[in-house]
Design a protein around this ligand. Structure first.
Ligand SMILES: C[S@@+](CC[C@H](N)C(=O)[O-])C[C@H]1O[C@@H](n2cnc3c(N)ncnc32)[C@H](O)[C@@H]1O
Ligand SMILES: O=C(O)C(=O)C[C@]1(C(=O)O)C=C[C@@H](O)C=C1
Length: 243
C-alpha cells in the first residue's frame, strides 16, 4: 500500500479549509492514519481475527468508509472457502480508485463489490460482519442512529459490528489527559506543532466524536445484545456489538 509521507499541513496556511478525503489526502492516507491513530495497525490486523470468528458461509461483509481498503484486505485474508462477498463503500472517488488498485494487488477467491457512494444509501443485507473503522465520526450526529438501525436490521442473528472511533470524555481531567497523550503520540510520529494545530482546525467542523456512553446507549437502543470496547489507546477506541 502507498506510503507517501503526509506533509499536507506542514506549510502555514492563511485559511484552513474543512478536512476532506480528497486526492491530496488519499495520496498520503496510509501514512496519515498510521501516524495519527494510535493502535490503527493492531485494529486492522484484529479485524481479520474477528472475521475468522464471525463471518459465516454465504454471507456478506460490509466495510463502510473503506478508504484504501486496509480493513477489507485484512478481512479477506481470513475468510477463504466461505462463499462470501465483501461490499466496500466510500464516497471519495480518490479513495475508491486507490482502493481498487490495492485490492487488485492480491489474489483472492472472495469477491469485493467496491462502491463509490454514501454509506447512508447502502442497503445492508445478509451480513455477518459490518465494519465502521473511524468512519461514523464523520457523519452528522443526527444520521448516526439511522445508519446503526439499518446495520442492525441487515445483520444476521449473531452477526458482529466493529465500530472504531475517536472518543470524547465528559470528565474534563480525563479529556485533557487523553487528548494530551494523543498529541504526544503525533509529536513522537514526527508531526510539528504547526501540522497538529492546522489539522485540528480543519477537523473541527467535520469530525464530531461521541462519548463511549453515547455509543453504548445508541447501540443498545437498536437492539444489540452484547457490547464492549475490545481496544482502547488514549482517546481512540474500537468497540464490538453483537446482534
Ligand atoms: C478515517 S477514514 C476510514 C479509514 C478506513 N476505514 C480504514 O480502516 O483505513 C473515513 C472514510 O470514510 C469516508 N466517508 C466519510 N463519510 C462518508 C459517507 N457518508 N459515505 C461514504 N464514505 C464516507 C471517507 O471518504 C474516508 O475515506
Ligand atoms: O484526531 C486526529 O488528529 C486525527 O487525525 C484522527 C483521524 C481519524 O480519526 O480518522 C482524522 C482524520 C484522518 O482520517 C486520520 C485520522
Amino acid at each position: 500500500m502507498n506510503t507517501s509521507q503526509d506533509t499536507i499541513y506542514a506549510q502555514a496556511y492563511e485559511n484552513i479549509s474543512d478536512f476532506q478525503f480528497d486526492e491530496k489526502v488519499a495520496g498520503v492516507f496510509n501514512d496519515m492514519i498510521r501516524r495519527s491513530v494510535p493502535g490503527y495497525g493492531q485494529i486492522i490486523n484484529t479485524l481479520g481475527d474477528f472475521a475468522n470468528k464471525y463471518v459465516s458461509t454465504d454471507s456478506n461483509i460490509y466495510d463502510l468508509g473503506c478508504s484504501l481498503g486496509a480493513a477489507t484486505l485484512s478481512i479477506r485474508r481470513h475468510i477463504d472457502n466461505r462463499n462470501c462477498k465483501i461490499i466496500a463503500v466510500d464516497n471519495s472517488e480518490s479513495m475508491i480508485q486507490r482502493c481498487r488498485e490495492n485490492l487488485s494487488a492480491y489474489v483472492s477467491e472472495t469477491p469485493v463489490d467496491l462502491v463509490c457512494g454514501d454509506i447512508r444509501d447502502i442497503k445492508i443485507e445478509n451480513a455477518s460482519m459490518v465494519v465502521l473503522n473511524f468512519t461514523m465520526q464523520f457523519l452528522a450526529p443526527k444520521d448516526r442512529e439511522t445508519l446503526l438501525s439499518s446495520i442492525y436490521k441487515g445483520l444476521k442473528p449473531g452477526g458482529i459490528l466493529v465500530l472504531s472511533e475517536k472518543l470524547n470524555f465528559e470528565d474534563e481531567s480525563i479529556q485533557s489527559l487523553l487528548v494530551d497523550l494523543h498529541l504526544d503520540f503525533k509529536r513522537a510520529n514526527g508531526y510539528s506543532e504547526l501540522e497538529i494545530s492546522q489539522k485540528r482546525s480543519s477537523l473541527e467542523h467535520v469530525m464530531k466524536p461521541d462519548t463511549l456512553e453515547q455509543h453504548e446507549a445508541r447501540l443498545k437502543k437498536q437492539g444489540f445484545k452484547h457490547f464492549n470496547v475490545w481496544f482502547q489507546c488514549f482517546n481512540f477506541a474500537s468497540m464490538v456489538a453483537i446482534k
